[in-house]
Design a protein around this ligand. Sequence first.
Ligand SMILES: NC(=O)c1ccc[n+]([C@@H]2O[C@H](COP(=O)([O-])OP(=O)(O)OC[C@H]3O[C@@H](n4cnc5c(N)ncnc54)[C@H](O)[C@@H]3O)[C@@H](O)[C@H]2O)c1
Length: 278
Amino acid sequence: MELNSKLTFRLDGMVAFVSGGGNGPKGGMGAAICRCLGRAGASVAVNDLTEEAALATVRQLEEMGVKALAVPGDVGDSARVNAMIEQVVDHFGRIDILVNNAFNPGPRKYLVDLTDEDWEASMATNLNGPFFLSRAVIPHMRQQGYGRIINISSLAAIRVSMNGAAQYTAMKEALLGLTRHLTVEAARYGITSNAILPAFVLNPRVVERLDEEGIRRMGASAPTKRGADPEEVGMLAVFLASPAAGQITGTAIPIDGGLHCLAGGPERRNAMWAAYKK
Ligand SMILES: NC(=O)c1ccc[n+]([C@@H]2O[C@H](COP(=O)([O-])OP(=O)(O)OC[C@H]3O[C@@H](n4cnc5c(N)ncnc54)[C@H](O)[C@@H]3O)[C@@H](O)[C@H]2O)c1
């Protein structure tokens, strides 16, 4: 069999948009995904709620020699989403990769205590955002005959949330539905749509809120006995974004040290809530 020279993990010449990718060195998975995509050769449009947050990652990327653009705005606002994607295409000339990473963790409450506003705020960022962004990028990707949509869901989508509450679990599972449906609609245009399901990720914000024992205890529940490095999630995003992953679409890939193989439930969730410093 002849080697297919187009199969590569490199993203040279491609343009990525990462929602919630802000805060640079202090950021979590979004910023780590920006760095990994940039290292693989992509130019990166960094979105976050504020310009300051987006610029922190842009500066970090530019120091690495990566072309970057700050596109601040609320992903739950469809007019702003359309304007952001237009700005990216005007600036870079194309858009190849969309990573839906921005999220609203919402309050940790029992379902009976959730307000209409809690539910709607969760839906706006966690579900409407990925829908608005996917709708805005697909026409460009279709024209190019290449597109990669990567939805950062959560292990909560196929279990229950250990960190958040019912609204978060519901939105993260709904995101899998969007991922699957897009797969069958967009595959013919060279567009893939996949979800990543992280569990316990040691991003700076999580680490700040736990002591060493909390980190050890929470990591210990996974068969690998540790949490994930945010850049491990970034490297999975690079693979899914690359030409090498063209036959992988409609999937939901856990990156959880094997946690999804174990039973889980409210007891584990309560232990996790208790591990957080107040
Ligand atoms: N941290 C974990 O352990 C964990 C576990 C499972 C899943 N996840 C998922 O991984 C993703 C990244 O989580 P993270 O904790 O690394 O966070 P992160 O550091 O990537 O931060 C997310 C960013 O989204 C931004 N944001 C919030 N609402 C927004 C909006 N409406 N528009 C634009 N930006 C907005 C925030 O300002 C924040 O900077 C999320 O989708 C989350 O649900 C995280």
